[in-house]
Design a protein around this ligand. Structure first.
Ligand SMILES: NC(=O)c1ccc[n+]([C@@H]2O[C@H](COP(=O)([O-])OP(=O)(O)OC[C@H]3O[C@@H](n4cnc5c(N)ncnc54)[C@H](OP(=O)(O)O)[C@@H]3O)[C@@H](O)[C@H]2O)c1
Length: 290
């Protein structure tokens, strides 16, 4: 029997495609009030209608933001606070890989800004609402790309080395998702808020298709061997809703099971260092000690 999510408010980034869209649909079917963040107004409104129709749940809402911009992250967090009174599940999902190095409006490397800094900033800006809604959950979509990654704190913006068609910066950003999760779990101990990260599997979505040339060809070939979004959303939805993981925090999941992430992800000094530099780059003050 599906979990009943009635009375719960869920906010999902990157919900206009792929894993995020499927997660939004599944959670709407469970009766949650679902708020999706999309960057393209027309596509987001179309997605909103599809989720409402597909789930039979009208309590689905849309907010618009380009999450690679820290000002837009701040604005969308403020929009959410104006319109909604609680936040039971924050599902940080928006992300991508970029074959060539790009910079955001803030002058940050795109993968780092979108995949890590937007998770960090959105979470911190809404943390008081998440705490006030406890027992509540934060779910960070990472990737097994973290397993081969390391963080070069001397080159967070990947200026000296981008390389590997964007996959070095991508792996680094997904390792950051895991390290952010572990550090946040420690900071949230005793609050009733859990935070977990996950690998969704290798899923046939829009992932990588923003790139032209070889990357797009590779994604077409890969799509023959990948799973559908319906299956790719399972671990996100499980962590967002299942009673089985009530109270479970600070873990990395794959196929709805906790597993070890790469050894460097457990380095607490590096987690703290990442937190501090993320605070500086997003301009957010440290959350009050809990
Ligand atoms: N697919 C996989 O095999 C796989 C494996 C491991 C991890 N993941 C992770 O899963 C997550 C979801 O990816 P996916 O596979 O579902 O990819 P996807 O189909 O490309 O979906 C990505 C979502 O993020 C949104 N997005 C991209 N850039 C954005 C921006 N600047 N501002 C706001 N939203 C933005 C996209 O919006 P648009 O609809 O406007 O493009 C879309 O809704 C990512 O974090 C990815 O790293 C995926």
């Amino acid at each position: 029997m599906a979990t009943n999510m009635q009375g719960k408010t869920v906010l999902i980034s990157g919900a206009t495609n792929g894993i995020g869209k499927q997660s939004a649909l599944d959670l709407a079917k469970m009766g949650a009030q679902v708020v999706i963040i999309g960057r393209n107004k027309a596509k987001t409104e179309e997605t909103l209608r599809e989720i409402q129709t597909g789930s039979g749940n009208k309590d689905v809402h849309a907010l618009i933001a380009d999450l690679s911009s820290m000002a837009e992250v701040r604005r969308v967090a403020a929009d959410f606070r104006k319109q909604f009174s609680r936040l039971d599940v924050l599902l940080n999902n928006a992300g991508g890989v970029f074959a060539s190095r790009q910079e955001t409006v803030d002058g940050y490397e795109m993968t780092f800004a979108l995949n890590h800094l937007s998770y960090f900033l959105l979470t911190n800006l809404l943390l008081d609402m998440v705490k006030a809604s406890a027992p509540s959950r934060i779910v960070n979509v990472s990737s097994d790309a973290q397993s081969a990654a390391s963080i070069n704190f001397d080159d967070l913006q990947s200026k000296q080395s981008y390389g590997m068609g964007g996959f070095r910066a991508y792996g680094q950003s997904k390792l950051m998702n895991v390290m952010f999760t572990y550090e946040l779990a420690r900071r949230l101990a005793g609050t009733g808020v859990t935070v977990n990260a996950l690998h969704p599997g290798v899923v046939n979505t829009g992932f990588g298709r923003n790139n032209k040339g070889l990357m797009n060809v590779a994604m077409n070939v890969l799509s023959l061997f990948t799973m559908k979004s319906e299956d790719g959303a399972k671990t996100s939805v499980y962590l967002a809703s299942s009673p089985e993981v009530e109270g479970v925090t600070g873990k990395y999941f794959d196929k709805c099971k906790a597993k070890k992430s790469t050894a460097p992800s457990y380095d607490e000094a590096a987690q703290k260092r990442l937190w501090d530099v993320s605070e500086q780059l997003t301009g957010i003050a440290a959350p009050a000690a809990v």
